[in-house]
Design a protein around this ligand. Structure first.
Ligand SMILES: Cc1cc2nc3c(=O)[nH]c(=O)nc-3n(C[C@H](O)[C@H](O)[C@H](O)COP(=O)(O)OP(=O)(O)OC[C@H]3O[C@@H](n4cnc5c(N)ncnc54)[C@H](O)[C@@H]3O)c2cc1C
Length: 413
């Protein structure tokens, strides 16, 4: 019943979630669905809205729209309380989550999902950390159009993170220039340490992405480690130098320690396959802040679902927790027909993935999240699914068109 969660029973199992991003919100929704009224949920996060970050890559090219959602509404509907504050320390002995403003929240289970800090890998480059990179990228396009820049190198600086937006920026830059008949005069290059672009999806998908880039006139230097970029020179590990032009890169995610939480050398938090923080009782972590090297929204959501199952079971819900067995789902915007990619990620190595122009999951949004995906799609309609395909009339040609509100994996056609 709507509203009934607003007054949790005094005997509720107290769950505190820190972080109002993908992992925090997905965990909140999964918990409400699995544990119903057995849990009370307090979510601590500094901001008032959830911004759908991945679509920022399309904004400099004029076809992304900013999708944002009031946290107050999302939380109210899920029967969770919102505290605009930040987790400062975990007091495991007393089972208290202490905030920056000095409040101590008692918990039966604590889920920490506070993301990462973003670092510019090369101070002289144009870094695209998400929305904050839209203006810089827009200036670069204007400089190219004025004939001031003749070469752009898109560089993946770190293997930790999520490389897909870099390929999107390269492809959309190529499409932008072609649309203005400027393509021939500007050299576009991708430099990546990956063996093939998007190697986590397997060699076949990687080869397809590589040929998509090359068809757009982009040179691909794969398996190449960049070392540094200064004075207009990009130095590669091989000793080669790419000089002249501009460099575009992604921000590198760094871990940020929270007092009382153990962290590895990079500041990321180690968890077991149920997302329990190593060496701690009743404390879980999910999303980019964990030591899992793929920093991606769909992965963050799966970690959140795994943690929610464990917490719901601890709260007495009839749930059998399933260990984290990640499946990577990526939606590559190209400025034309998008590509959907999917592959299981095993510890043993990379498995062969699917790559199609038709959606491989539903709703076909960039952040593939079982609970958050349908909710945002319902609230935002096509604002939470990628703008370019919707605007260019690339429709879903399936007979089976599940409702937006229902999460589904789809078989390739
Ligand atoms: C340019 C770009 C494009 C991307 N494209 C995609 C894509 O297409 N698909 C995809 O799946 N992923 C994509 N990603 C990755 C995706 O955005 C992240 O993996 C995802 O947001 C991680 O979720 P999270 O909940 O771990 O962290 P975040 O979403 O970063 O959320 C962390 C939250 O914690 C809050 N917080 C921070 N410190 C504290 C504290 N001390 N106490 C309480 N709250 C705190 C923050 O304010 C924030 O609300 C992209 C990323 C970038 C940069």
């Amino acid at each position: 019943m709507p509203g009934m969660h607003n007054r949790p029973a005094a005997s509720s199992f107290r769950v505190v979630i820190a972080g109002g991003g993908v992992a925090g919100l997905e965990a909140m929704l999964a918990l409400r669905s699995l544990a119903e009224d057995r849990v009370s949920v307090d979510l601590i996060t500094p901001e008032s809205e959830f911004v759908y970050g991945p679509l920022a890559v399309a904004e400099p090219f004029g076809f992304g729209r900013r999708a944002h959602f009031e946290l107050e509404e999302l939380l109210r509907d899920a029967g969770a309380r919102h505290h605009r504050d930040a987790l400062a320390a975990v007091d495991a002995d007393e089972r208290l989550a202490r905030t920056r403003t000095g409040i101590a929240f008692p918990y039966d289970a604590l889920l920490v999902a506070t993301g990462t800090r973003q670092r510019d890998p090369f101070p002289d480059a144009i870094t695209f950390p998400g929305r904050a990179g839209v203006t810089g990228m827009g200036h670069l396009l204007a400089q190219i159009e004025r004939g001031e820049v003749r070469r752009v190198v898109f560089v993946q600086a770190s293997r930790i993170g999520w490389s897909l937006p870099l390929y999107e920026l390269a492809l959309m830059t190529a499409g932008h220039l072609e649309g203005r008949e400027l393509a021939g005069g500007v050299e576009l290059i991708v430099v990546t340490p990956e063996k093939v672009p998007l190697e986590l999806f397997g060699d076949r998908a990687g080869a397809a992405v590589r040929s998509r880039l090359e068809r757009s006139g982009i040179k691909v230097y794969a398996g190449v480690e960049p070392v540094e970029y200064s004075d207009g020179e990009l130095k590669l590990h091989s000793g080669e130098v790419i000089a002249g032009g501009r460099v575009v890169t992604l921000a590198v995610p760094d871990g940020h320690g929270i007092a009382g939480l153990p962290a590895d050398e990079e500041g990321f938090v180690e968890v077991d396959e149920r997302q329990r923080v190593t060496g701690m009782e009743n404390v879980y972590a999910a999303g980019d802040m964990t030591s899992f090297p793929v920093k991606q929204g769909g992965i963050a959501a799966q970690q959140a679902d795994t943690a929610a199952q464990a917490i719901a079971a601890a709260a007495g819900a009839p749930v059998t927790p399933v260990p984290f067995r990640p499946v990577l789902r990526g939606l590559l915007l190209t400025g034309g027909a998008p590509a959907y990619l999917r592959a299981p990620l095993s510890r043993a190595g990379h498995e062969q993935g699917d790559v199609t122009v038709e959606p491989l999951w539903w709703p076909p949004a960039k952040i593939a999240a079982k609970h958050l995906g349908p909710l945002l799609a319902l609230r935002a309609g096509d604002r939470a699914v990628p703008a370019p395909p919707a605007e260019r009339g690339i429709s879903v040609s399936r007979e089976l068109k599940p409702e937006l509100g229902e999460w589904k994996d789809l078989e390739p056609e």
